[in-house]
Design a protein around this ligand. Structure first.
Ligand SMILES: C[S@@+](CC[C@H](N)C(=O)[O-])C[C@H]1O[C@@H](n2cnc3c(N)ncnc32)[C@H](O)[C@@H]1O
Length: 198
């Protein structure tokens, strides 16, 4: 019997990594915040100098051999300016306090560092309705993930970055059959400090 969960999980991770790695350099030191099963971390690891996966809980589904650091969800256990880049893929809309989490990501990257954010960004009422159904099904095993629901449009996330004195220097909207069966849009943002922010 083929291991379908493994097959689909691997394809999904490969597709997500495809939207991350063009914005990272091979020598980068990266933190993957909200890494969960570390499948995406593992794919990105092949393209960067080093990567550290962290999360607030260990689901026991990390079979990659990468060591997942568990923390309290408030203060990342690293000094400021420790990394060239932080990843927040499909994490902010699950965070109890997305603004505080984003501030923490900002704190641990270097002043010229970047944060790669990928979010579900349903682009119409129909996509939003599909998102509700699919999101609930996807996370029924992890009921904790259904507690927070800070879903925004792509424009809403860009305003959020501006409120944190950062700006998206690249925005890519995409739909992908391995990530959500193509039912709704996702957006990848490459976010950097905004030198013009007052
Ligand atoms: C949908 S999973 C995304 C996993 C992975 N980034 C990916 O793209 O496959 C969301 C993850 O965010 C984590 N999370 C929620 N709040 C967090 C926080 N404050 N700090 C770190 N991780 C958090 C959850 O525990 C969960 O593992």
């Amino acid at each position: 019997m083929p291991d379908l969960e493994n097959f689909f999980g691997d394809r999904r991770a490969r597709e997500i990594a495809r939207h991350i790695t063009p914005d990272l350099s091979p020598e980068y030191e990266v933190i993957d915040i909200g890494a969960n099963d570390c499948r995406v971390t593992e794919k990105v690891a092949r393209q960067v100098g080093s990567i550290i996966p962290v999360d607030i809980l260990d689901t026991g589904r990390n079979k990659t051999g990468l060591e997942l650091t568990i923390y309290d969800g408030k203060t990342l256990p690293f000094p400021e300016a420790s990394f060239d880049a932080a990843l927040l893929t499909f994490v902010l809309h699950h965070a109890v306090d997305p603004a505080a989490l984003f501030d923490e990501a900002k704190r641990v990257i270097r002043p010229d560092g970047r944060i790669v954010v990928i979010e579900d960004t349903p682009a119409s009422p129909l996509q939003r309705a599909l998102w509700e159904v699919i999101h609930e099904r996807q996370h029924k095993r992890d009921s904790k993930l259904l507690e927070a629901h800070d879903i925004k449009t792509a424009e809403g996330w860009q305003q959020f970055f501006q409120q944190h004195r950062m700006r998206a220097v690249r925005v890519e909207r995409f739909r992908n059959m391995w990530i959500s069966n193509g039912f709704y849009s996702h957006t990848a943002f490459v976010v950097e400090h905004d030198p013009t922010a007052t």
